[in-house]
Design a binder for this molecule. Structure first.
Ligand SMILES: CN(C)C(=N)NCCC[C@H](N)C(=O)O
Length: 264
């Protein structure tokens, strides 16, 4: 199994994250002050996404990444490979994402004076407490919602990227850096627009069980959220997610393509 796509995915994910840092700081009220946890988690997850995507294409089309400009895979294969990458990345992402959501939600009430001390002291303490109080399965709370979110979303992500690259590149040639930046940026936006409804549900599922269980499952969470807050609930955060997604994914794809061309 070729591994350079995993390594390129790791590095490009980390670079994208550094660029998205100011947005994450705004979104998460200072949780991303320290960079080591997000770099470790997002880089690993991006490595799985890009590595699995490229290796799935290899299985489906029998072409390595160096041959794909001359023999472009079909859009169906690109979508299926993206979905496979998304499904597996969601599994790896689940515990990291849970910790992020739990820490984020304890930061918000702390903004008020006289509020109680935080329940978790940091990412490691948070993981250990969840494991102790909710067991191994507790670390994967909301993982189904994450898989539902990321499987089709990653299909859309790679489909948008490849579609735009092909549109603006002469046949058989590599896309220019400007094309990669624009295609990567729009792929990021398309993926976040597709992901936001389930992103909202996933975060609610991950907070569930902290004090008492509120939702019976993903469907129950969707229905009660819409009943209480209307359909607009599915688009909460879509603007900031999209604003962040453009630069992050432009840089992610540019560095990914650059590294793969560098390594031949
Ligand atoms: C859940 N969604 C929409 C995605 N994972 N989309 C792909 C972009 C990933 C990139 N690291 C980012 O944070 O934008």
């Amino acid at each position: 199994m070729p591994v350079e796509e995993f390594v390129a995915g790791w590095i490009s994910g980390a670079l994208g994250l550094v660029l998205g840092h100011p947005f994450d700081t705004v979104k998460l009220l200072g949780f991303f002050k320290g960079m080591s946890f997000p770099i470790a988690s997002i880089a690993v997850v991006n490595s799985v996404l890009f590595g699995v995507y490229s290796n799935t294409l290899l299985v489906l089309t029998a072409t390595a990444h160096q041959e794909r400009r001359a023999q472009p895979p079909s859009y169906t294969h690109i979508f299926l490979a993206g979905c496979t990458g998304g499904f597996l990345q969601a599994y790896c992402l689940a515990p990291f994402d849970l910790i992020k959501v739990r820490l984020q939600n304890q930061t918000e009430p702390m903004a008020q004076p006289g509020s109680p001390p935080p329940q978790y002291r940091g990412p490691v303490h948070c993981a250990a407490s969840i494991f102790r109080e909710e067991g191994y399965r507790g670390l994967f709370r909301g993982a189904w919602a994450l898989m539902l979110r990321d499987t089709p979303t990653m299909g859309v992500y790679f489909l948008t990227y490849e579609g735009l690259c092909r549109q603006y590149t002469p046949e058989g040639q590599n896309p220019s850096s400007a094309t990669v930046l624009v295609a990567g940026g729009f792929a990021g936006i398309a993926s976040w627009v597709a992901a936001t409804p389930l992103d909202v549900i996933k975060s609610r599922m991950q907070m569930d069980g902290l004090r008492r269980r509120v939702y019976q499952g993903v469907l129950d969470c969707m229905v009660s959220s819409v009943r209480q807050e209307g359909l607009g609930v599915f688009f909460r955060g879509v603007t900031i997610n999209s604003a962040r997604a453009f630069p992050v994914n432009a840089v992610t794809f540019l560095s990914y393509e650059y590294l793969l061309r560098l390594w031949g």
